[in-house]
Design a protein around this ligand. Sequence first.
Ligand code: NAD
Length: 336
Amino acid sequence: MSAYRAVLIPGDGIGPEVIGAARRVIAATGVAVEWEEVEVGGTALGKHGDPLPGAALERIRECGVALKGPVATPVGKGFPSVNVALRRGLGLYANLRPVRSIPGVPSRYRDVDLVVIRENTEGLYVGIEREPRPGVVEAVRRITAAASLRIARFAFAYAARNGRRSVTVVHKANILKRSDGLFLDCARRVAAGYPGVEYRERIVDAACQDLVLDPSRHDVLLCPNLYGDIISDLAAGLVGGLGLVPAANLGDGVAVFEAVHGSAPDIAGRGIANPTALILAGAMLLAHLGEAEAGRALEAAVARVYREGRCLTPDVGGSSTTREFAEAVIAALGDT
Ligand code: NAD
């Protein structure tokens, strides 16, 4: 059988380390993927003077599928977020983040099974800030009916297809009456077409408390962009940390798989980053390519390594390296 084609974006910081691990374990599933490496972020900025060259976007669009390492964005200065530009440039409107407990990982809860669905193209991430006069800065938070309906349709279709019990819309419409009011209104309209999925609403601050006290209070969380970003990291903390949670950015005909975490500059270059999130993103990519069985085998191999507990990275209480963890997953794949 001929190989699948996919773009590989190493990214910044720990990106090349965790992408390298994910690439090795995907190869070990036996599914042949021909990777085309594309640079975005710091390396692209150094080489081409642009952290997101148009040619890189074009390659991802043409190929239709990519596995992406995290890309750093300067805080409070410098170029706009490459991640945001990539998601908007490719029309990747749905950010899907399944957050599941992995038995063997030290964490506050067992049996967490949440799905965060984040609107990925607008909200505060339109990146429009203006300074009407010195000392006053305003940011635009754009919510449109078109994007809100689109993400609500995605969330309910996902919930129905995957047998999920409820969709909770996370909002702040008590304060942001018109913008979050519109987001809620769109979700209600879509929910009416899905009587089999319970429809719920929760103000974002209360939703954070719910999740910390008892994550089983929620199931699928449908969020505007910023709340989805924050809730995903909070949810990652419930299952043992950012090193564990994968994500898919989905649009029409294009899908980019990555980790929820960033470039982790504090541990970059030390070979100790946890590659689990990127490996599980790789399993999502395999399922997307139609290789669901290989994806499941990869998830099972990761679960086995954690169950055995002999080869864990420092963020989850072990002392193994990124490479050793990947080798353990490959060995577990061979044993299944
Ligand atoms: P971060 O996610 O990079 O790191 C937060 C903390 O989690 C750090 O202590 C880090 O060491 C730890 N961590 C993250 N991933 C880990 C892993 N795989 N294994 C072990 N520990 C891990 O968040 P940050 O420090 O706030 O952001 C750093 C940079 O990443 C910023 O420039 C930010 O813009 C960028 N970022 C990119 C993405 C993306 O590419 N999708 C997402 C989030 C942040």
